[in-house]
Each structure stands twice: as structure tokens, then as C-alpha cells.
Design a binder for this molecule. Structure first.
Ligand code: CIR
Length: 260
């Protein structure tokens, strides 16, 4: 039987409060909200052009970082896991997305105190789940995730990171056997089992890309890394997310991908 499962994405429109976003590793710059909203619409269009069916949730007026839906839920084929974000200002995002999550997965687990984890720290490659040990995600959450996912055959590995927000700031998968990595922010040895493409030296933030089947979506501001990824045989689309980058966002964080 051919695989006829369709790729879906949950996205949430940019909050007008995004100017009050959390920032950890970059300095605050003025964000043009209207431009951020326009760039987010382009991002959704880019996902659609790659065959993704997008469900766009309404903006949350008082949750500045709520466009970054990836951080509040992990969606696996068999279940969903609602997170407990590391930043207190972001915890209410989980309750905001929970009803939608319950409509796409019948089994829903939840990370509880003292665990904290942001979805940006969770990188799934096949049955392997790498979880960043970061300012946002801790060992208690990793232990909870390990217990919840083990019955479904997933192996969980904790991966310390440095000088960046999330594990997926430092490394994402281009395919099941290739990663795009910034070895300044994560030890490459954790990904020895994979072919590794390193981001261009002048593009530290370029490792965060969205993989849709065999296609890659990445920000338009990393041309050198884009060329490296294309030279490795991947089809790359780009989108300008400059205003979302000022909120320390990137491309993975603006969607939760799942098959259905
Ligand atoms: C935060 O600091 O939580 C937001 N301003 C940015 C979150 C980006 N999330 C992600 O890359 N997964």
C-alpha cells in the first residue's frame, strides 16, 4: 500500500503583543508587528506550497510568544505531549492549544512540575528523540518524556547545548540520515550516527530548518548555508522571517507538524 498520510501543521497568527516576547541570547530590537504578521502569512503559504495542510489558530492578544506553537506541544504519530515551557510567561500557551491537540490525537500526555521543556528542544529523527538540556528544558522533563515514549519504541537522548536557546537552534534533520548542525552550540558527537552538514561559519543561526518530506524550508537570510544544503542534494525553499527572528524565533518554531 502506498503511504497516503498527509502532512498537517498547526500554526498560530502573530500576537500583537509580540513586542513583549521573551529574549535570551539576542538583544531587543524594535519589531514591526504588521511586517511580522505578513511574514508569517508568507510562511504559511510556503508550507502550503510544499503540500502541508495548515490549520491557522487565531492570534492570542496577551500571549506575546504564542506564534511559536512548536514549544507548547510535541506531536507523535501515536500520541501528543503537552509541554511545560521553561519561561513562566509562556505556560498559558499550553492550555490555549490543548483543545486543538485533543482533536488531532486521542492520547494526550502532559509534562508536569518540576519538569520544563520547550518543543524547540525536541528533535525527532525516526524513533530517536533528542532533547536539549537548555535554559528552558531540564532533566526532570526528559525523564518524564522517556517514560511516556518508551512504550511506543522511542529512544530519548539528553543533549546539552551552549550559547543558544534550543537544541533545534543548533541542529535539525534534513533527512533520516543527515543533520544540519552548528557544532559551536552542540557537540557534534551526539549526532555521529548521521551525515553532518555544518552551517556556514558566518551564519550561526542557520541550522534551524523545517523538513517537509524531501523538501527543506529555511530563512532567506542564510544564502551560504542554503548553498551547502542544496549542494548536498536537497530541494530548498526560503522565506523571509526577519521580524520573527527578532523575537528569537526561526522556522521550526512557527508550526507543529503531524501526519494524519
Ligand atoms: C522565547 O524566547 O521563548 C521566544 N521569544 C522564542 C521561541 C522560539 N521557539 C523556538 O525556536 N522553538
Amino acid at each position: 500500500m502506498p503511504d497516503i498520510s498527509i502532512m498537517h501543521a498547526l500554526c498560530r497568527a502573530v500576537s500583537p503583543a509580540i513586542t513583549d516576547c521573551e529574549l535570551s541570547f539576542i538583544d531587543r530590537e524594535s519589531i514591526d508587528v504588521a511586517l511580522a504578521q505578513a511574514q508569517h502569512r508568507d510562511y504559511i503559504a510556503a508550507l502550503g506550497a510544499l503540500g502541508v495542510r495548515v490549520t491557522e489558530l487565531p492570534a492570542e492578544p496577551v500571549l506575546p510568544d504564542s506564534v511559536f506553537v512548536e514549544d507548547s506541544v510535541l506531536l507523535f504519530d501515536e500520541l501528543a505531549v503537552l509541554t511545560r515551557p521553561g519561561a513562566i510567561s509562556r505556560r498559558a500557551e499550553v492550555d490555549a492549544i490543548a483543545p486543538v491537540v485533543q482533536s488531532v490525537r486521542s492520547r494526550v500526555e502532559r509534562i508536569t512540575q518540576p519538569g520544563t521543556v520547550d518543543g524547540g528542544d525536541v528533535l525527532c529523527i525516526g524513533q530517536h528523540v533528542f532533547v536539549g538540556l537548555s535554559q528552558r528544558s531540564n532533566q526532570a522533563a526528559i525523564d518524564q518524556l522517556t517514560a511516556v515514549l518508551k512504550p511506543f519504541g522511542y529512544a530519548v537522548t539528553a543533549v546539552p547545548i551552549r550559547n543558544c536557546l534550543h537544541l533545534k537552534s543548533a541542529v535539525t534533520a534534513l533527512s533520516d540520515d543527515t543533520v544540519l548542525i552548528n557544532p559551536e552550540w552542540v557537540a557534534a558527537g551526539y549526532f555521529d550516527a548521521y551525515r553532518q552538514i555544518r552551517v556556514a561559519e558566518s551564519e550561526a543561526h542557520a541550522a534551524n530548518v523545517v523538513r517537509i518530506g524531501a523538501a527543506i524550508l529555511m530563512p532567506s537570510c542564510f544564502p551560504e548555508t542554503r548553498a551547502l544544503v542544496q549542494a548536498a542534494g536537497f530541494a530548498v525553499s526560503t522565506v523571509d522571517v526577519s521580524e520573527l527572528q527578532k523575537a528569537e524565533g526561526a522556522v521550526t518554531c512557527c508550526c507543529v507538524l503531524f501526519t494524519g
